[in-house]
Ligand binder design. Structure first.
Ligand SMILES: Cc1cc2nc3c(=O)[nH]c(=O)nc-3n(C[C@H](O)[C@H](O)[C@H](O)COP(=O)(O)OP(=O)(O)OC[C@H]3O[C@@H](n4cnc5c(N)ncnc54)[C@H](O)[C@@H]3O)c2cc1C
Length: 407
């Protein structure tokens, strides 16, 4: 499509955060332009676990019929295997939230948000369009420069630019906001395998000393498997050859051996993920705000990235709407509008990150003494009802924002 040269809100990036925000703002009658550098919504090896609070939020927002008509897997629990024994298990059905987390691929989720938004005349979407720079006036952001293919750059004026462009955000960089990166000790290599019919529908962490596999049943009929690598260890792993990698996977989880043998054919079947956690001192400037991974990148542990992004958007939508309604026609939205929102969202992110760091430290244990200690700790925790309190707080977080007035 042609790009309008003026809008109320310009959203850069149509991932879960940008696509949902565009839809919710357009529902409120706000003029929105969402730009996405990719030509389509296809994205492999991305987060597919939707936490229970996000499922509830999406239903309250009126997307329940789209979830149901597409189909999904309900995840019944989480289990941990340590050195060959199933030591720890949490049954999600015992939580009082009354909804299970689901596995739902990102492309249909984003497509649903876009299709609903496309019904509204004040929503504009430009695929294959890249953000290349910010426009500024008197110290405030007042728009952005966009580029479609080999075409000439286009300037678009906006009262608010939203950076929803993910973990390597160009909007963040252009705004001079520097993330503090905390690299995890290890990165991940992921791949898919077909799921045997009798495989339990729960997330499993299969750990052998400092090697692990996260094995997640995925809609409709696959297993999404991630294996840890030492930081910058991909080159060394590849040098040892693909057969050596397959043997390593099969030795950590022998149940996967026949599937790996038959279906994991080459490095092209794998996808590398650099694991880090990013925090920002500032999420906003006058005329600009960052959301989702652009403002806080979490590691993949327990699949909380989309949940954080959805909660950001639900909290942000009414604030943007009221700031636009109050301000004069062409003034940029003030950074101070978002101060309280950011403080609340930081607490949610800190809570998730704290758990992820402890989990990562536990998974990196390698000496015999450390692994015995870890096994004892998880055995003990497994026997205590406390585990339900810990996981309930973590997964069904009280930081969720009620979207009751959004639909
Ligand atoms: C391998 C992997 C597994 C994961 N597993 C889970 C999981 O199970 N559950 C979970 O909740 N989370 C998971 N996550 C995290 C989750 O995918 C992210 O937290 C979530 O996608 C963040 O959404 P977002 O909209 O903020 O950013 P993104 O999904 O990254 O979307 C950003 C969008 O911006 C676009 N963009 C970037 N630059 C530009 C530009 N210059 N101009 C225009 N557009 C641009 C990108 O193409 C992209 O579409 C996983 C992440 C990875 C990488």
């Amino acid at each position: 499509m042609g790009i309008p040269n003026e809008t109320d809100v310009l959203i850069v990036g149509s991932g879960p955060a940008g696509a949902l925000l565009g839809c919710l703002l357009a529902r409120r009658g706000i003029d929105v332009l969402v730009v996405e550098k990719q030509a389509d919504f296809e994205r492999d090896f991305r987060g597919e676990s939707l936490a229970a609070p996000s499922v509830i939020t999406l239903r309250k927002l009126g997307f329940g019929d789209a979830l149901d008509s597409h189909g999904y897997l309900e995840s019944s629990g989480v289990a941990m295997w340590l050195e060959g024994r199933r030591i720890f298990h949490v049954d999600y059905k015992r939580f009082s939230i009354g909804t299970l987390p689901i596995e739902f691929p990102q492309p249909p989720l984003i497509r649903t948000f876009q299709e609903r938004a496309a019904e509204l005349p004040n929503h504009h979407f430009a695929a294959g369009t890249k953000f290349t720079g910010l426009l500024e006036k008197d110290g405030a952001v007042c728009g952005a420069v966009l580029k479609q293919g080999d075409g000439a750059p286009t300037k678009v004026r906006a009262r608010l630019v939203v950076g929803a462009d993910g973990r390597f955000s160009k909007v963040r960089k252009a705004a001079g906001i520097k993330p503090r990166l905390a690299q995890a000790e290890r990165d991940l290599l992921s791949f898919r395998l077909p799921r045997p019919a009798d495989w339990a529908l729960e997330s499993e962490l299969v750990v052998d000393h400092d090697q692990h596999l996260a094995v997640l049943p995925t809609y409709p009929d696959a297993l999404r498997v991630s294996h840890n690598l030492p930081k910058r260890g991909l080159g060394a792993l590849r040098q040892k050859g693909f057969d050596s990698f397959r043997r390593r996977v099969a030795s950590i989880d022998p149940r996967l051996a026949p599937l790996v043998e038959e279906h994991l054919r080459s490095w092209d079947d794998t996808s590398f993920l650099e694991v880090f956690n990013a925090e920002l001192d500032e999420w906003t400037r006058d005329g600009l705000i960052l959301v989702g991974d652009a403002s806080h990148t979490a590691t993949p542990t327990l699949g909380q990235g989309v949940n954080l992004a959805i909660q950001d958007v639900v909290g942000l939508t009414p604030l943007i709407a009221s700031a636009l309604a109050k301000g004069g026609g062409d003034h940029s939205v003030r950074a101070s509008t978002f101060a309280e929102f950011i403080a609340v969202r930081r607490m949610h992110k800190a809570f998730v990150t704290g758990f992820q760091k402890r989990q990562e430290a536990s998974l990196a244990m390698r000496t015999p003494w450390q692994t015995v200690k870890r096994r004892t700790r998880f055995r003990l925790l497994n026997a205590l009802p406390l585990k339900y309190r810990v996981f309930d707080k973590l997964l069904n977080t009280p930081h969720s924002i009620d979207p009751a007035d959004e639909h």
